[in-house]
Design a protein around this ligand. Structure first.
Ligand code: PMP
Length: 407
């Protein structure tokens, strides 16, 4: 992308002109959440100003308009990830809720004592804890795909874990700590060869690459709106219709019913069966707006530019004595986790903050991965297409100062 294009993009994000301690904000915490373009903010306002009425149940004008907007958003999202039909798109509060939904509904329907769920060593807590809870409930076992020293999954070990007791594989598409891009298509193929379904945690993938759920042949694919320039509190569970049809509802109440009596309740058809209570119909439309924004720029263009930023930042960070980059996978997304000498990550993060630079420090909700690496945490800088090489230069110079102070 040209400097001109990036400057124009930056103007779309009002928060990028905020000052932090009287310094220009440098926002390198994009893996935690992304900033929102004006188009998304405007869509939220527009929704409340012009289209606010509870959806699905209303006969009146506004309710029908709001329902149409919500269902158009669902259609748009289905097309965006190439789902076969909009009824395969379930709105959730985010990735975490989507995984919990599958862990509960799939667990109820398909799992019994002695069965196994396969996850990997590089998962976020959101893709560990729901499966642990299922394993506790049903007396099942969690099996872990190990990684190599670069932070890549060991695929030969993975294949050995798949057996007749394996009920489901649940792995991340991109690691939020190491940036590792996991070869999920290959892994799905290996699991399907043994009739095992696969859930992919796409929270860190969708913002950085084209995702085609049918090409991947994923059984379930989940992501969060707030990590792809959309609002917080909305996310998506994509599930193949044949799975979603079979699974029982996750929560009860609201539009998920067909008929209720005190004797028996029958459930609504897809996707409503999984959407109890008033849906976030403003969030869904704003999420579709965010995806339109990304689509207008072009995800391939975004990915190429973010790769350029990551390579540039890696090269510049390695100028610093004692720099240790954690996660050196061949295929890596725009995440750089690092440690410098024996300085505590928290101290680095605190001082960078005072210089206007937002990075994340700690275990990044991946404590088992930190244990495996034998470290308490890292400093993590994560880039988006609105970041610049000049910001990286400022960050590296600031980091040199901070390291000098703390050494
Ligand atoms: N999985 C991964 C890989 C993540 O990075 C995150 C967010 N850090 C989550 C799951 C959880 O996402 P959310 O908090 O939006 O549910």
């Amino acid at each position: 992308m040209t400097t001109q294009e990036i400057n124009k993009i930056r103007e779309d994000f009002p928060i990028l002109s905020v000052k932090v301690y009287d310094k220009p904000l440098i926002y390198f915490d994009n893996a935690a959440t992304t900033q929102k373009p004006k188009a998304v903010l405007d869509r939220i306002n527009y929704g409340y100003e012009h289209l606010n009425a509870n959806i699905h149940r209303g006969v009146h004008f506004l309710s029908q308009k709001a329902t149409d907007a919500h269902e158009e958003a669902r259609n748009f999202i289905a097309n965006y990830i190439n789902a076969e039909s909009a009824s395969e798109i379930i709105f959730t509060r985010g990735t975490t809720e989507a995984i919990n939904l599958v862990a509960f509904s799939f667990g109820e329907f398909c799992c019994k004592e002695g069965d196994e769920i396969v996850i990997s060593a590089i998962e976020h807590h959101s893709n560990i804890v729901p499966w642990q809870m299922l394993c506790e409930r049903k007396k099942m076992k969690l099996r872990i795909i190990p990684m190599n020293e670069k932070g890549e999954l060991r695929l030969n070990e993975y294949e050995k874990l798949l057996n007749e007791k394996t009920r489901l594989v649940s792995v991340t598409h991109v690691s939020n700590v190491l940036g590792t891009v996991v070869p999920v298509k290959e892994m799905i193929e290996a699991a399907h060869a043994k009739n095992i379904p696969v859930l992919i945690d796409g929270a860190q993938a969708l913002p950085h690459m084209q995702v085609d759920v049918r090409d991947l042949n994923a059984d379930f694919y989940v992501f969060s709106g707030h990590k792809i320039y959309g609002p917080t509190g909305i996310g998506v569970l994509y599930g193949k219709k044949e799975w979603l049809d079979k699974l029982p509802p996750y929560q009860g109440g609201g539009e998920m019913i067909q008929n209720v009596s005190f004797e028996k309740t029958t459930y609504n058809e897809l996707p409503f069966k999984f959407e109890a209570g008033t849906p976030d119909y403003i969030g869904s439309t704003a999420l579709a707006e965010a995806l339109k924004y990304v689509e207008n720029i072009g995800i391939d263009k975004i990915a190429a530019y973010e790769d350029e930023l990551t390579a540039y930042a890696t090269k510049r960070l390695l100028e610093i004595d004692g720099m240790r980059i954690i996660g050196t996978s061949e295929h890596k997304s725009s995440v750089i986790s690092f440690l410098v000498g024996d300085i505590h990550p928290y101290d680095i993060g605190m001082l960078l903050d005072k210089l206007g630079i937002a990075v994340r420090t700690g275990h990044h909700c991946a404590q088992p991965l930190m244990d495996e690496l034998g470290i308490p945490g890292t400093v993590r800088a994560t880039f988006s297409f609105y970041n610049t090489k000049e910001e990286i230069d400022t960050f590296v110079e600031a980091l040199k100062r901070v390291v000098g102070m703390l050494s």
